[in-house]
Ligand binder design. Structure first.
Ligand code: NAP
Length: 309
């Protein structure tokens, strides 16, 4: 029987591991399908405190992993395919390898994955002008035209943020009205640097042959006509998908995000199961907020274990 098992090796999971390991709980961490989490997919991280010159996402995750292992964390390369949750525990996890393990406390830090357009040109130009995070990459595109794809709050927020850098920001939306909240719509629609390209979807991102973004080919969904728009960056903001399928019907959730029992705490609807990071956060979604939530989950788990034992 494990004391604490942590699912996920992003900033939330590894920070939970550092805290749990330093509390002598000898945590087991399951690395999941994307070891290191979303940060391993980005290049420069300039907003994680403590790195004045920035750090590569991959290097940051290696450092967190090393820090967790230094205090006795065990990291197992495996993914959870099934769970059997019981109020008060023990929790039972079935892994892709076929192993079934039991744990007293469970920290769910499975993260989220950005929804992408699924175009071959998008895939080829990721980190070469195509990004899923304006906070992370916006500052690299100063005084150039920028495209944001999406019509929800994320797209509007990204577009407003990117007005600081771009010469103009063009929001590509597949319909003629926005999904985002009224206040965000009002701000974006009134902004002099933001232009809306309505009823349009991205048909292709240019230019794979130059290995950098030079524009997009837009398709008007009303008549299928194509046109080219010049830009130097494309931010895709069409929503995120929390990695919580395995907890469907087992933990309280809203729109696929795991709901904490109390706002700002890590306790879930099942006693002994704690949550941290992007799988429970559709608002901030930053490495540093995920790390903070990981710390909270480990402290909550440690105190809960001390109480029940
Ligand atoms: P969202 O509300 O689901 O919006 C996704 C947008 O992307 C929609 O406009 C959708 O178009 C479009 N879209 C989806 N799939 C697409 C595709 N394949 N091709 C082109 N367009 C596509 O997602 P979100 O903006 O990430 O927001 C998620 C939640 O977080 C919302 O509840 C939001 O209010 C909240 N949030 C809040 C804030 C804030 O308050 N500051 C900031 C960010 C997010 P359609 O409209 O046609 O469906």
């Amino acid at each position: 029987m494990e004391n604490v098992t942590i699912i996920g090796t992003g900033p939330a999971g590894l920070t939970a591991a550092i805290y749990a390991a330093r509390a002598d709980l000898e945590p087991l961490v399951l690395s999941g399908n994307l070891p290191g989490g979303q940060l391993t997919q980005t290049t420069d991280v300039e907003n994680y405190p403590g790195f004045p010159a920035g750090i590569q996402g991959f290097d940051l995750m290696e450092a967190l992993r090393g820090q967790a292992e230094r205090f006795g964390t065990r990291i197992k390369s495996d993914a959870v395919t099934g769970v059997d949750l019981l109020d008060g525990g023990p929790q039972s996890l079935t892994l892709a390898s076929g192993t079934v393990l039991e744990t007293k406390a469970l920290v769910v830090a499975t993260g989220a994955r950005p929804r992408w357009l699924d175009l071959p040109s998008e895939e080829a130009l990721k980190n070469k002008g195509v990004s899923g995070c304006a906070t992370c990459d916006g500052a690299f595109f100063r005084d150039v035209p920028i495209v944001v794809v999406g019509g929800g709050d994320s797209a509007l927020e990204e577009a407003l943020f990117l007005t600081r850098f771009g010469s103009k920001v063009m929001v590509v939306h597949r319909r003629g009205e926005l999904r985002g909240s009224k206040i965000m719509q009002a701000r974006a629609l009134a902004h002099e640097k933001i232009e809306f390209l309505w009823h349009s979807v991205v048909h292709e991102i240019l230019d794979v042959s130059q290995d950098t973004v030079t524009g997009i080919v837009l398709r008007d969904v009303r008549d299928d006509s194509l046109r080219t728009v010049d830009c130097s960056a494309v931010f895709v903001a069409i929503g995120h998908i929390p990695n919580t399928d395995v907890f469907e019907g087992k933990l309280a959730m809203a729109d696929g995000y795991i709901l904490p029992r109390e706002c700002g705490r890590s306790f879930t609807s099942v006693e002994g199961v704690f949550v941290a990071g992007d799988c429970a956060d559709h608002i901030y979604r930053q490495a540093i907020t995920a790390a903070g939530m990981g710390c909270q989950a480990a402290i909550d788990a440690e105190r809960w274990l001390a109480e029940v034992e």
